[in-house]
Design a protein around this ligand. Sequence first.
Ligand code: ATP
Length: 288
Amino acid sequence: MNSGTLDTTHSGTPPDRNPAIELRGASKVFRTPSGAEHTAVRDLDLTVGRGEFVAVVGPTGCGKSTTLTLVSGLEEPTEGEVLIGGDPVTGIRPEVGFVFQQDAVFPWRTVLSNVMAGPRFRGVPKAEARERALDWLGRVGLAAFADRYPHQLSGGMRKRVALAQTFVGDPSILLMDEPFSALDVQTRALMSDELLELWGGGRPGGTAASVVFVTHDLEEAIALADKVVVMTAGPATVKEVFPVRLPRPRKVESIRLEAEFVEIYREIWSSLGEEVRITRERGADRVA
Ligand SMILES: Nc1ncnc2c1ncn2[C@@H]1O[C@H](COP(=O)(O)OP(=O)(O)OP(=O)(O)O)[C@@H](O)[C@H]1O
């Protein structure tokens, strides 16, 4: 039988073809303590497809974090629109997970209790929250550290706790603001590999989260992402978007030695370097 509307789900509703995240002409103006207006983000258009890993790079202080704040729903745009799955963002949404540079752990709680906290807050029964948390602690290699307190862990281990805390909420959108920048170089590369493994994108039939990853590190951006968005010197707007067609699965330490990687790096740096130079000339990198 031909229903004439084969493009439907089992429930009969048409599949949602909207991108995961869309910013359309988004601007954000802050009022500074002196009462002046400061434009942090200007007329910004950005689309993140479902399951896509997007890295955002730009000079210091240009407005990268503000862009994430708009997607998170923590701030509203002064102008323009921010959409998740085609719906305007009006506040913090349960399907959005965050990982920041600073660890968001309760120092007085054990690792297990920290990872359970999110699901418990969302009303998941204790036994189930514990089971899910232990599962994710296993996946990030911290099963043996469930009873430790955060101060008893290394920086890399604390970052694994942060990843478990985030992934346990099963986010379909993942916002990451320089999550690994406080780590040493080797741990950082290791964490990048682990993130790609946990994210699981690029696999056939995968249901990976859509990621926006803000970083200062262009190598990190290219190694991780499906596309790299270069922001202008502040106020931030999108200058150029570069697709990264390196094959997955990737290992960040080896991929950066490949000729294609070096070529992409050179191309993106010629765009980004110009904005970094403009920012330096303004002296903004000393006051941001
Ligand atoms: N709540 C706020 N009130 C006033 N100004 C703000 C606020 N948040 C950010 N700004 C300003 O907006 C600009 C952009 O800041 P933002 O943190 O988004 O930049 P960034 O690119 O993430 O910086 P960095 O690379 O240093 O992390 C900066 O000049 C900053 O001082």
